[in-house]
Write a protein that binds this ligand. Sequence first.
Ligand code: BTN
Length: 140
Amino acid sequence: CCLLLTLALLVPWDAASRKCDLQGLWRNELGSNMTILATNTAGAFSDSYHTVVAATNKQILVSPLQGAQQHPGAKRHPTFGFTVQWQFSDSTTAFVSQCFVDHRGKESLETTWLLREEVLSHKDTWKATRVGTAIFTRIK
Ligand code: BTN
């Protein structure tokens, strides 16, 4: 009985005090998936992004991402950023984000992104950038 009581008391405490961990498989509202490998001691991380939508008609390819987390391991709700180097388009997307973990331990990545499309002249710069937001939740 004491073991059960201890577990019942400890589990919510554990969830309430858990820090966000970026490592894993994440999905946004569009259905795009990204995988993040473990961050190193400096906070740098990498892996891949599989978008389900694109501004081009080219065949979508899984693309590498590279990013960095602020104060790795120290914050419950850390900020981080990453860029995706699309393998099927000339665009680049930069994401700025914060990881939140709720009282049940459920994590979400709240992101804002900027996509810069290649244009053939700086005169077309006015139409070269898209902006959006996305929330990623953990799949694995
Ligand atoms: C391109 O269209 O040139 C590359 C693919 C861009 C996909 C964008 S990035 C922001 C938004 N969120 C996604 O998951 N996919 C789109």
